[in-house]
Each structure stands twice: as C-alpha cells, then as structure tokens.
Design a binder for this molecule. Structure first.
Ligand SMILES: Cc1cc2nc3c(=O)[nH]c(=O)nc-3n(C[C@H](O)[C@H](O)[C@H](O)COP(=O)(O)O)c2cc1C
Length: 189
C-alpha cells in the first residue's frame, strides 16, 4: 500500500493513512460491518474502565434517520446524504456519582478506535461537529447529564466525482503540525 502521508518516524500505516473522505456512493453498509466498527469502539481504554460513552445511531433507511440528519448544517447535509449510517457520540458526565474529568477524553479514544477500524475495512468514516447540538439532544431525548460530543457518518467510498466541485477540491489528504510544535519537553511554552 502506498502511504498517503509522510512521517519522520515509522508509525503503523493504518494510523498514518487514515483520513476522512466525503465521497460516498449512497449504498448501505451491512449491520455486520457496523457492529464490527462498534466492537472496535467498545474496546477503547477509559478512566477506571468506566466506559462513559453511549452512541446513538440510525441507518438511512431507519425510521429515526430524519432526527439525526435534520440537525446537520447544510454543508454537511450536502455530502452526508450519500452516507449509510449516522452516529451521535455522547458521554456520561458522572462516574461513580462524581463529576468525571475524563468522560470526553474517553469517548474520543473510542471514536478513534472506530475511525481506524472503519478505515481498515475500506469504508468512509467522517467525524462532524457541524450540527445543532441542542436539536440533536432534544430530537434523541439525550439527558442533560450526558455530553453531546460529535457525530460521525459511515458509508461506502466513491470517486470524488460524485461531489460538487467545491467539495472535490477539499477531497485531499491533510497534513499535521510539526512534532516539536505540539510535544514539549518540560514546561508549557
Ligand atoms: C470532532 C470532529 C468534528 C469534525 N467536524 C466536521 C464537520 O462538521 N464537517 C466536515 O466536513 N468535517 C468535519 N471533521 C473532519 C475534520 O475536518 C478532519 O478530520 C480533519 O481535517 C483532519 O483530516 P483527516 O481526518 O482526513 O485526517 C471533523 C472531525 C472531527 C474529529
């Protein structure tokens, strides 16, 4: 496999190459594929193994699809329409009846496990914060004690030609900040 990105130090190609396309072909993924992705999320580490996450999902053909889809901003609607499953990531603010400092961090680890798993299966998976958080909360009856963190879409890949011109231009592999800009030995600077 040709690497999409370059790294100075050799990291696992799955981590290096995972990326977030928007081009999807509108076909459904199978329940088996979805559960495989979810299984990867389930095995993420979390503080005290508290597993504070809950993931709400709907297939496009599901009766609740509109409740998930409508709160998306128009930009996201324009390409998510060709996805197969929408997922909302939530996490419990409380662990053992105490305020949790890590619920969001833990849920993020679970999301990344799923992103890597889906990419490894040749599927598109794409995280989103472009949606109305209050609307999603009320549409899906998410209690106040749970944080609504993000959404993601899963679908089958397609050629970028299926996207409108402006989105085709965005269908590129992104780079990252330099290692030494973000990893600091010692005190913050
Ligand atoms: C929490 C989160 C929210 C995001 N929100 C959106 C979004 O609303 N719309 C979108 O098109 N991409 C969204 N993205 C995708 C990011 O822009 C993308 O992950 C980032 O540019 C890095 O590119 P890569 O995933 O291809 O490596 C989101 C990603 C994450 C993790």
């Amino acid at each position: 496999m040709t690497d999409f990105r370059n790294s100075k130090y050799k990291v696992n190609p799955l981590i290096l190459n995972r990326h977030s396309p928007r081009a999807m072909n509108g076909e459904d993924i199978t329940k088996e594929q979805l559960m495989t992705i979810f299984e990867a999320g389930r095995f993420a580490p979390s503080a005290y193994n508290g597993q504070p996450w809950k993931f709400l999902f709907s297939f496009k053909k599901g009766k609740d699809w509109d409740l998930f889809f409508e709160p998306l901003i128009d930009f996201n609607k324009s390409w998510v329409i060709n996805g197969s499953v929408l997922v909302v990531i939530t996490s419990d603010q409380f662990l053992f009846d105490r305020k949790s400092e890590t619920n969001q961090f833990d849920a993020g680890a679970s999301w990344q496990n799923m992103a890597l798993q889906a990419y490894d299966m040749g599927l598109v998976i794409h995280g989103m914060s472009g949606f109305d958080y209050n609307k999603i909360r009320s549409n899906l009856d998410i209690p106040e004690s749970y944080d609504v963190l993000a959404m993601f879409v899963v679908g089958k890949p397609a050629s970028k030609d299926v996207l409108p011109k402006d989105l085709q231009e965005k269908e590129v592999i992104s780079d990252r900040k330099d290692l030494l800009e973000i990893f600091i030995e010692g005190k913050f600077k």
